[in-house]
Design a protein around this ligand. Structure first.
Ligand SMILES: NC(=O)c1ccc[n+]([C@@H]2O[C@H](COP(=O)([O-])OP(=O)(O)OC[C@H]3O[C@@H](n4cnc5c(N)ncnc54)[C@H](OP(=O)(O)O)[C@@H]3O)[C@@H](O)[C@H]2O)c1
Length: 284
């Protein structure tokens, strides 16, 4: 039995899809904050159970009978450490044999502020005594393709990553890797640094959008303060704008680069090129 938290989210749904290709639905637990959002998964025969990171009493019940647990990191930045600690404690109490955790690429040395909660979770896993594996996911390519409509509207892709090389991958590829790990024998303490095979700068990303769309799109590099302020003016909440700008500055320092190709080796095929993710976005 394999349980997946955050199963109603974008990554979680892909993981469930990949698991369904290999094991019966009855052996999968979709642990979700709101079961109403996962009715479609229940319809497929997956066991949908409520698991709210903020309600520890829901967690132990949700993980009962699960041999393996995929802890998909929470989207509630700033609250994640206590939430993840609650998941780890509940998994231990429920007798889960191994926890896989979606961390951040090179969480222990990453210049991104986002790394701190991941590192705290990794440390808690190590201290828990429950066998674990770390899926240190790099950036989703979709984080950047989300800016395509604005880039086309303004003929400019803005960012703060400078000449930083970025090895992102599509969500689907990280999900395939998670499913592969969950379905294989796990050696506790294994750390996977997961990133895309192809590497780009944001200027190259902008050029690819321009090439495929036939429109002018130039990359405009901003300072951290300018980028934060611009994102705020575009309507993003202050904290989220600051986080995105910090992440781009981290990228300028190489924080989103990796050339170990562990992701493609795990999934047994090359990762989806960023040009293909751009193409899919332009067609949608
Ligand atoms: N590597 C990257 O580039 C990158 C980018 C963005 C995010 N991330 C991280 O990767 C995770 C998965 O990505 P994603 O694209 O699938 O994000 P997503 O679509 O936003 O999904 C996040 C999931 O977390 C669940 N969640 C949030 N708060 C919860 C709580 N209190 N209790 C239980 N579940 C809770 C959400 O539940 P609901 O469905 O009920 O909302 C949702 O299922 C994110 O949560 C974030 O930690 C990584």
């Amino acid at each position: 039995m394999i349980a997946v938290t955050g199963a109603s989210g974008q990554l979680g749904r892909f993981v469930i899809q990949f698991l369904l290709e290999k094991i019966p639905a009855s052996e999968i637990i979709a642990a979700v904050r709101n079961p109403e959002k996962a009715k479609d998964l229940a319809g497929l025969g997956v066991q949908v159970r409520q698991a709210d990171y903020n309600q520890p009493e829901t967690l132990t019940n949700a993980f009962k009978g699960a041999e393996k647990l995929l802890l998909i990191s929470s989207s509630e930045v700033g609250s994640r450490t206590p939430q993840h600690l609650a998941v780890i404690a509940a998994a231990k109490q429920a007798g889960v044999k191994v926890i896989a955790y979606t961390s951040l690429l090179k969480a222990d040395t990453s210049p991104l502020a986002l790394a701190s909660e991941h590192l705290e979770t990794e440390q808690a896993l190590k201290a828990s005594g429950v066998p674990f594996v770390l899926l240190r996911n790099g950036w989703y390519t979709e984080n950047y393709t989300a800016s395509i409509p604005a880039a086309l509207a303004h003929n400019a892709l803005i960012g703060g990553a400078g000449d930083g090389k970025i090895a992102s991958a599509a969500r689907e590829d990280y999900a395939a890797a998670a499913a592969t790990v969950l379905l294989s024998p796990i050696k506790s303490g294994t750390i996977y640094e997961l990133a895309g095979d192809d590497v780009y700068t944001l200027a190259e990303f902008a050029n690819e959008i321009a090439k495929q769309s036939g429109k002018t799109v130039s990359y405009v590099n901003l300072s951290q303060d300018e980028f934060t302020a611009t994102l705020e003016r575009a309507g993003l909440p202050k904290a989220f704008a600051a986080l995105l700008a910090d992440s781009d500055i981290g990228a300028s320092k190489g924080g989103l680069f990796d050339n170990s190709h562990q992701l493609s080796r795990l999934i047994g095929r090359p990762t989806k090129p960023y040009s293909a993710v751009i193409a899919a976005t332009l067609q949608s």
